[in-house]
Design a protein around this ligand. Structure first.
Ligand code: SF4
Length: 383
């Protein structure tokens, strides 16, 4: 099989993995037409480095052969997709070639499981080792670790890769990786960009309540850098146990919002969703929390702790800090909040300033919720 054919199969097979973010633009191609370029195929996607730079990655699988038969996976053993396999040397060659042409800044490499977890992990490590040691490649490398692979191999992977990501069922691997990070202060850097994982949303009956609690454990106990949520996308020729339709994309969006509130605002999963079920779709999780806790509002921005001010819908953590600085000099007035770019249409019912007190402070939460509910919006095409 030609290298280009392998690339076509193994780049396509990798697109279901969202541990690295990629563009959602509709695919376009100039093949067979006039014009130049293509946004589809061949596995170049975008991701973000720890310092916020956007980088292009070659996103491929080493192979889409797999011993296992996970029902939601397009690469499962019983799937009838075309199969291909790269050798480690082919992946190295492709990566270097695209890197030198300035098409990519790094590599995202995952794999189906062939022969055994250890054998597959060895192959992935081999790619990273060849790139790093023999070719002195200094671009970004993100490896997806293989469930149940030998911890010694995970350790090697962490020495060569900038980021490792793991599947949910590999808590043992995450714990091991964490021990390496904590226990070897003078050892070479281990996956310096951190570890991440992804959860598939809507492929089974897990609700947002259980998903957020799991994420909380991953952040607090396993110190993961990021948890990604990926709305399940139906796969061709799927078994009857797998849903035929994707869950609403808004559910994925609400999970990201709740995740951000846990990481950046100190919310606990139980606060955002106290009982089994899913997050509300009509309002964002911060507003939902505020409406359920009317007894804590309105918040006087001239007196309240910054952490509580940051819990006001429409006011972020940075703005809460600026409010704290400003009120050392003088009383905060309503116009100050406007100048600080607070989203006042959201914040109005929940704040008190030196010259403002909300008229709706005795409003029923239900009425407020109806006023604040987001109108359904449609994503506009960018091109
Ligand atoms: S082990 Fe991974 S690649 Fe193999 S079927 Fe399961 S999810 Fe797919």
């Amino acid at each position: 099989m030609q290298l280009i054919d392998k690339l076509s199969i193994l780049a396509d097979a990798a697109k279901y993995d969202v541990s690295c973010a990629s563009s959602g633009a509709p695919p376009r191609s100039s093949k067979g037409k006039t014009g130049v370029g293509s946004t589809g195929g061949m596995g170049i996607c975008h991701s973000f480095t720890p310092d916020g730079r956007c980088v292009s990655l070659l996103k491929i699988l080493l192979t889409n052969f797999c011993l296992y038969d996970c029902q939601y996976c397009i690469n499962r053993r019983s799937s009838d997709v075309p199969r291909a396999r790269f050798s480690p040397e082919e992946v190295v060659m492709l990566t270097l070639d695209l890197y030198r042409r300035n098409c990519i800044s790094g590599l995202f490499l995952s794999s189906g499981i062939i022969r055994s977890a250890d054998y597959t992990m060895e192959q992935l490590v081999q790619v990273a080792r060849l790139l790093h040691e023999e070719h002195e490649f200094r671009g970004y490398i993100h490896l997806k670790t293989i469930p149940d692979a030998d911890p010694a191999l995970i350790e090697q992977a962490g020495r060569y890769a900038d980021r490792l990501s793991v599947n949910q069922r590999t808590m043992g691997a995450i714990r091991y990786q964490q021990q390496v990070v904590e226990g070897e202060a003078r050892a070479p850097k281990f996956a310096p960009a951190g570890q991440s994982t992804q959860m598939i949303v809507g492929a089974d009956d897990s609700d947002d309540h259980s998903i957020l609690r799991k994420s909380q454990i991953l952040y607090r106990q396993f110190r993961l850098k990021r948890v990604y949520y990926s709305a399940f996308s139906p796969i061709p020729h799927s078994p009857s146990t797998v849903p035929l339709a994707a869950p609403p994309l808004l559910r994925e969006h609400r999970l990201y919002q709740a995740d951000f509130l846990m990481r950046g605002y100190g919310f606990r999963a139980e606060e955002l969703l106290g009982k089994p079920g899913n997050l509300a779709l009509d309002i964002d999780p911060k507003l939902a929390w505020a409406l359920e806790h009317r007894e804590q509002f309105p918040v006087d921005v001239n007196r309240a702790e910054p952490a509580l001010i940051a819990r006001v819908p429409g006011i972020g953590v940075l703005t809460a800090r600026r409010i704290e600085q400003l009120r050392k000099q003088r009383k905060i007035r309503y116009d100050d909040l406007r100048r600080l770019r607070c989203a006042l249409d959201k914040a109005n019912p929940f704040i008190v300033t030196a010259d403002y007190r909300p008229r709706q402070d005795s409003s029923e939460s239900l009425r407020l919720r109806q006023q604040q509910a987001e109108r359904p919006v449609q994503q506009m095409a960018l091109w």
